[in-house]
Design a protein around this ligand. Structure first.
Ligand SMILES: [Fe+2]
Length: 289
């Protein structure tokens, strides 16, 4: 048996689509894990881009402990979402203190295709979401492969964006586009807009991918409106149904993905009648290049 097969059988891997995503059968995250098991998970993370763990109890400390195996875990600037005494965890919930739906969606920005942490200089590597309570209808999470998106661009598009940089701005995507509570002056000062290449090379696989999404506001060196139009056009162009995995949640599942080479979004649900609570954290990666 070669090493790859051995690693796969260790995890009980089942691909979710022909292009990206895999379900892991045999890992209990609350038990901690050996270095060998983590290496197998990390190899699968690089290979499949999105990993799904089956329903299980993952206490907050286990989630943070798992995230720390990947690297430094982000302390999110939007500190009103911090959860369970762990500033690394961020809870999105539409429930009130009595567990009843409030009718309010906790973060409408998640409904647009994006990549986590693209609004900071050191961007997101893995995001890890645990589904505490899941709606019966809607509230799915969708993923799209950005390696494939780059490969499918025409030569003209590839040439056009080869050296282009986009400015990503959380205040733009969150406040102006989606009408969320405004960021405080302190939060804005902590996370000013930053520019990143639109075509980045994954630092571990060496493959090129498109790095854009909803936090991208304008293009460096281009008139604002022209840049906005280009971003909108490209954001639509890079999502392909056959490069997408659409996850319909069961409570207790955990999803892990690589923000460097996938975009994701949540789908809508009725926050007045359905309940949805997720607990997430994002591991910091590197400065995109
Ligand atoms: Fe996200």
């Amino acid at each position: 048996m070669n090493a790859t097969v051995a690693k796969s059988s260790l995890l009980g891997i089942r691909p979710l689509t022909p292009k990206l995503g895999a379900a892991i059968a045999d890992v209990k995250l609350a038990d901690g894990m050996s270095d060998e098991l983590f290496r197998a998970i990390y190899a699968a993370f690089l290979r499949y881009q999105v990993l799904l763990f089956p329903p299980q109890d993952v206490p907050p400390a286990s989630q943070v402990g798992f995230a720390r195996r990947f690297g430094e875990v982000q302390i999110h600037v939007m500190n009103q979402y911090h959860a369970d005494g762990f500033p690394e965890l961020y809870r999105l919930s539409n429930l009130d203190a009595n567990g009843n739906p409030t009718g309010l969606h906790p973060d409408k920005g998640t409904l647009a295709w994006h990549t986590d942490g693209s609004w900071q200089r050191v961007t997101g590597q893995a995001t890890i979401i645990y589904g505490e309570v899941m709606p019966e209808v809607g509230g799915e999470t969708h993923f799209c492969d950005m390696y494939g998106a780059y490969e499918r661009l025409s030569p003209a598009w590839k040439a056009r964006i080869a050296d282009m940089r986009a400015v990503h701005n959380l205040d733009f995507s969150r406040t102006r586009r989606h009408g969320e509570d405004p960021m405080t002056e302190e939060q804005k000062k902590a996370k000013p807009p930053v520019d990143h290449p639109i075509v980045r090379t994954h630092p571990e696989t060496g493959r090129k991918c498109v790095y854009l999404g909803d936090h991208a506001e304008y293009i460096v060196g281009m008139p604002y409106d022209e840049g906005r139009a280009l971003i909108e056009e490209l954001n639509a162009l890079i999502v392909h149904p056959d490069l997408t995995y659409e996850h319909r949640w069961t409570a207790g599942e955990l999803l892990l993905w690589d923000n460097r080479c996938v975009m994701h979004r949540a789908t809508a649900y009725d926050p007045a009648t359905q309940k949805r609570v997720i607990r997430r954290c994002t591991v910091l990666g590197e400065v995109p290049a």
